[in-house]
Design a binder for this molecule. Structure first.
Ligand SMILES: C[S@@+](CC[C@H](N)C(=O)[O-])C[C@H]1O[C@@H](n2cnc3c(N)ncnc32)[C@H](O)[C@@H]1O
Length: 216
């Protein structure tokens, strides 16, 4: 099947609603096995604290384990996700934290209202043409000196997934990207780049995280 181009938002929501429990099982305990991701979240937490602290949005939070980890390291994080079933699992697993259904294409957050945004492997589902609008949304809601941390698959291809972890049919694309492309988009949106890290550069699909700041 060719990569989907239309209806990506509704197809992504439907896919993660169907696959929410399978995805949650797949990533259970993931951070325990990922020291570089934990280190990235620790550096992000420090940047948020140094800028005065405040609420942080984990956007595309899935089952909420990154949101929970951020709270464990002293960050006042809440989660937003497109898929209501994901939010139901996040609330079930972390009842003390706040999770809301929402889309990064139109955030239900006030201008200049939050201290940080984490988008871990959620921009991967956003087609290239929609990325500038999403980054404008991140910048709109971030206050001056707010931090942004994005994580994504490294590569050039788009992979289509038609079967979820529990074997049920889904319809979702994952766009792999070069860090230089993500950096270019972030700079074009007005962010200052602070750091980038490639994790597992020799693997079939490396990961990358980019740290950026909203200077003004
Ligand atoms: C690969 S999962 C990543 C989940 C989690 N951040 C992690 O690192 O495991 C992608 C998540 O992004 C969410 N997502 C995709 N598009 C979104 C959008 N436009 N707005 C908010 N969340 C979105 C999906 O519902 C899914 O839960």
């Amino acid at each position: 099947m060719p990569p989907m181009t239309d209806n990506w938002l509704s197809d992504t929501r439907m896919s993660y609603d169907i696959d929410a429990s399978g995805y949650a099982e797949k990533v259970r305990g993931l951070l325990d096995r990922m020291p570089y991701l934990r280190a990235s979240l620790a550096a992000f937490a420090e940047a948020v604290h140094q800028a005065g602290g405040g609420a942080v949005a984990d956007i595309g939070c899935g089952p909420g384990y990154v949101t929970a980890h951020l709270n464990e390291v002293g960050v006042d994080a809440f989660g937003i996700d497109l898929a209501p079933e994901m939010i139901a699992i996040a609330r079930r697993d972390h009842p003390q934290l706040r999770f809301e259904v929402g889309t990064m294409t139109a955030l239900d957050l006030a201008d200049d209202s939050i201290a940080g945004v984490v988008a871990f492997w959620s921009l991967i589902h956003v087609p290239d043409a929609a990325i500038p609008g999403v980054l404008d949304e991140f910048r709109r809601v971030l206050r001056a000196q707010g931090s942004l941390l994005v994580g994504f698959h490294v590569g050039d291809e788009t992979r289509h997934t038609s079967e979820g972890y529990t074997g049920r049919p889904i319809n979702v694309d994952s766009h792999h990207r070069r860090p230089s492309q993500v950096v270019d988009w972030l700079r074009a949106a007005g962010f200052t780049i602070e750091a980038e890290l490639v994790i597992g550069p020799g693997e079939d699909v490396p990961g990358a995280v980019v740290f950026a700041r909203n200077e003004s």
